[in-house]
Write a protein that binds this ligand. Structure first.
Ligand code: FAD
Length: 327
């Protein structure tokens, strides 16, 4: 029993970037365990697989269960389908990107199959060895976990990893239509309603412009909305801001908010508390604007501007506008 089966999560018929990034990282030489074990994938739901070989690395097989019943995330249907395919595949590891869906599905599979679950694993994880590490207590401790069963299920965090370019290869898609499916559906998801459509979600955005109490008011966030709009990014917030009612909880980043992994994280008027930074570890570059040169955010920032957000951000917006005009 060996091999890694990667769950390629789809939403609205498109494979999600978090799964693509995980797949491509598993193909990297640094992912030594993956190198020694064959990789295959599973897509559940009526997703478009046209051109999938242009985003996924390597020469591998992907099993596609395209049933319409799997269009939206149906917990029972998904559990039954993925469990059946995992057993059939003979693989020793089932790997998910750490997403809201996998945090629901992976424990269900673990209970159904009796396989150990290692969740929120840091990258790189020793998938073949059945161990994983994860930072806990707001990043102050790194804990190690070991699986107790030979077959294991993992959810892998994108924190601390960066996207890797695709490697040449040939992906073979195998349609699967002979699974038994779940005939005892107790519930069904009938509709998913997106909270906001105009901007990317803060947890998925490539650029996050985040504001803290130092912004001074809800109105001042108009500057951040404008800057994020110009950069094609999302606006994030500290808990102090959400507690004040200046921004919605869906934008909160940190221990009790969302975890982000953008290429650029711009922290404006944010002090850099350990609880806030618990959500920003995956950022490629962290830049800060803060009027206090001793603010803790500067201990972790790659770049910083010591200054007042009301002076610096309008200048930044002007510069970005001029830059974009010249492009
Ligand atoms: C259990 C628990 C969970 C928590 N979870 C979270 C969480 O998920 N996310 C989170 O963010 N926090 C969380 N917190 C709260 C956290 O401890 C901090 O209180 C919070 O992050 C502070 O937010 P802030 O940086 O916006 O505000 P402050 O700490 O008040 O910092 C404001 C910063 O703005 C700067 N500033 C002020 N005026 C200006 C100006 N005009 N221009 C430039 N800079 C200026 C100041 O120098 C200061 O550094 C949690 C706390 C607890 C106890």
């Amino acid at each position: 029993m060996s091999g890694i089966l990667v769950f390629l999560e789809q939403r609205d018929g498109m494979v999600r970037q978090a799964s693509i990034d995980l797949w491509n990282r598993l193909q990297e030489p640094a992912a030594a365990d993956a190198e020694r074990q064959p990789l295959s994938g599973i897509i559940a739901g009526p997703a478009s697989t046209v051109g999938i070989e242009t985003v996924l690395s390597g020469s591998c097989t992907i099993y596609h269960v395209s049933s319409d019943l799997l269009g939206l995330y149906q917990p029972e249907q998904y559990t039954q389908t993925v469990a059946e395919l995992f057993e059939r595949s003979g693989c020793s590891s089932l790997v998910f990107a750490d997403t809201a869906l996998s945090r629901d599905l992976a424990p269900r599979l673990s209970v159904r199959l009796g396989d150990s679950l290692l969740s929120g694993c840091s990258w790189p994880s020793a998938i073949g060895a059945g161990t994983c590490s994860r930072s806990v207590y707001s990043g102050s401790v790194v804990a190690s976990f070991a699986a107790e069963t030979g077959r294991r299920i993992y959810t892998i965090s994108s924190q601390g990893s960066s996207a890797v370019p695709r490697k040449e290869g040939a992906i073979v898609i195998i349609p699967v239509d002979d699974l038994s499916g779940d005939t005892t559906r107790a519930s069904a998801v009938v509709q998913m309603i997106a909270m906001t459509a105009a901007r990317p979600d803060v947890s998925e955005a490539g650029i996050v412009v985040a504001g803290g109490r130092g912004m001074g008011s809800a109105e001042a966030f108009a500057m951040l909305d404008e800057l994020a709009g110009l950069l094609g990014g999302a606006v994030g917030a500290s808990r102090a801001v959400v507690d004040q009612g200046w921004r919605p909880h869906s934008e909160q980043i940190g221990q009790t908010g969302k975890t982000v992994a953008p290429r650029l994280y711009l922290a404006c008027g944010i002090s850099g508390s350990v609880q806030h930074l618990a959500g920003t570890g995956g950022a490629g570059t962290l830049a800060a604007i803060n009027s206090d040169r001793h603010a803790p955010i500067y201990d972790v920032a790659d770049f910083g501007i010591v200054g007042d957000v009301h002076t610096v951000i309008p200048k930044l917006i002007k510069e970005v506008r001029e830059f974009l005009k010249k492009k």
